[in-house]
Ligand binder design. Structure first.
Ligand SMILES: N[C@@H](CCC(=O)N[C@@H](CS)C(=O)NCC(=O)O)C(=O)O
Length: 217
């Protein structure tokens, strides 16, 4: 099996997958897709992902090349094919909780900060897009803080890293990037610090990627 990731250094969704790949010790080729230059809209990339987005996980196996889209689906695929360490817990209720925490970010926060809606808003009211992004991140993180608090240990769900942490860490980076203060979310910030002690999380950080600008730290 050969694995390659189509990624962009600062993409929070691609970052989630990088965390999963590193946690599981899966070797992969890194193919940058420059979202600033619009490479996601090229014919080649659209053939890999009809939504013109990253991440895309390319998996070559048994003579077939698969292009997997959507970070949640990719991470679940990785959990099925490379079970150690599992990112989803064994118990169905625990699994539902971890998926829900990940979805808070995946469908409740990140889509609002994406380039496409920002561009759409900016074209109608210059500057409004920044207010919009900050509003949805702050509101979403408030809900996430409450939800995580109810079952957190060292990490979002007890004391083992799960999928929920792979979604949380990139989202907090996004919050800082857009100028959202993190003081109201002490549990989330504490878990982020615990994640940063794990090498796989450090290897997945934007500044550690080959397409990151030199001054990106
Ligand atoms: N739900 C998707 C979201 C993917 C996504 O939003 N990717 C962003 C980068 S984080 C992207 O490619 N944006 C390109 C654009 O807005 O033009 C996932 O989890 O993979």
């Amino acid at each position: 099996m050969r694995v390659a990731l189509y990624s962009y250094w600062r993409s929070s969704s691609a970052w989630r997958v990088r965390i999963g790949l590193h946690l599981k010790g899966i070797a992969f080729d890194y193919h940058p897709v420059d979202l600033r230059q619009g490479v996601q809209f090229s014919t080649e990339h659209r053939a890999r992902n009809a939504m013109s987005q990253v991440p895309v996980l390319e998996v070559e196996e048994g003579g077939t090349t698969h292009h997997l889209a959507q970070s949640m689906a990719i991470l679940e695929f990785l959990d099925e094919r490379f079970p150690a360490p599992m990112l989803l817990p064994g118990d169905a209720y625990d699994r539902a909780r971890v998926r829900a925490l990940a979805e808070h970010v995946n469908s409740g926060i990140q889509p609002f900060q994406n380039q496409a809606p920002q561009k759409w808003l900016r074209a109608r009211a210059e500057g409004l897009e920044k207010e919009w992004v900050r509003h949805w991140i702050a509101t979403g993180l408030a809900g996430l803080e409450e939800a995580v608090k109810r079952g957190a240990g060292r990490f979002s769900h007890g004391d083992a890293v799960t999928l929920a942490d792979a979604f949380l860490v990139p989202q907090l980076y996004g919050a800082r990037r857009f100028g959202v203060g993190l003081e109201p979310y002490p549990t989330l910030v504490r878990i982020e610090a615990a994640c940063r002690e794990v090498e796989a999380f450090r290897r997945a950080e934007p500044a550690a990627q080959p397409d990151a600008p030199r001054d990106s730290t």
